[in-house]
Design a binder for this molecule. Structure first.
Ligand SMILES: *Cc1c(COP(=O)(O)O)cnc(C)c1O
Length: 217
């Protein structure tokens, strides 16, 4: 997508929706062009790749971690990222707590929900969400800010809708329970093929890669 098209994409988004440019495998050059066109948040899936592009792009963008985070990578992730969208266990949350405490910062986090209940996929299963949310609220260096989901992949984006709806209901339930604090406000759902449906179902963060940068090799 050209800079002009990215600008148009941004202009057409409702003002309450935040766009994360999912930039796995994109070069610093491509990322900088996207930033020039108005992108403000870059999503990264791998800590090592993020370190490399962060070294040249730095604070010209904010950085969201959107991949599967291994505990032995948390120490390197914590200084780079402004939000971790993929907390899915208390063990991982506790490691983020430890590393944030060590460098004296607070980390906004989302809990990733495995809304499709797919064995091979990351994310907490919906039934285990209340307990994880409760556990994270005990960690002073984590700012519990909402939920993220991928959902199963279908050819027909409409089929993703029930999974977004379920995640939205889980989000509302946590909000109504009063367990999470004032920072509970983000629902990150939807990618290039599903972001419209995700927005209809309440997403206020969308993560878009292919549509902004073109197909990956
Ligand atoms: C790659 C990726 C996206 C964006 O996917 P596209 O189909 O390229 O828009 C969104 N979320 C996550 C977690 C990703 O890894």
């Amino acid at each position: 997508m050209s800079g002009e098209m990215i600008e148009r994409f941004l202009n057409e988004l409702p003002p309450h929706v935040t766009l994360v440019a999912a930039a796995k495998s994109r070069t610093p050059q491509e990322i900088l062009e996207a930033i020039d066109a108005g992108i403000t948040i870059i999503g990264q899936n791998y800590v090592q790749e993020a370190e490399e592009v962060h070294a040249s792009v730095g604070d010209r963008a904010r950085w969201h971690f959107i991949g599967h985070l291994q505990r032995n990578k948390v120490k390197k992730a914590v200084p780079i990222f402004d939000m971790i969208e993929t907390i899915d266990s208390l063990r991982l949350a506790r490691e983020v707590e430890k590393q944030c405490a060590r460098i004296g910062r607070t980390m906004p986090v989302l809990v990733e929900v495995n809304s499709g209940r797919e064995e091979q996929k990351a994310g907490v299963w919906p039934g285990d969400l209340p307990e994880l949310v409760e556990g994270i609220t005990q960690l002073p260096h984590l700012e519990l800010s909402g939920l993220m989901t991928m959902g199963p992949r279908f050819g027909d984006p409409e089929k993703a809708r029930p999974y977004f709806q379920e995640t939205r209901r889980a989000f509302d339930k946590v909000a109504a329970s009063g367990t999470a604090g004032a920072a509970w406000r983000f629902l990150s759902m939807g990618m290039s093929n599903t972001y419209r449906i995700a927005m209809e179902e309440g997403a206020n963060i969308i993560r878009v890669g292919t549509l902004l940068f073109g197909a990956r090799e």
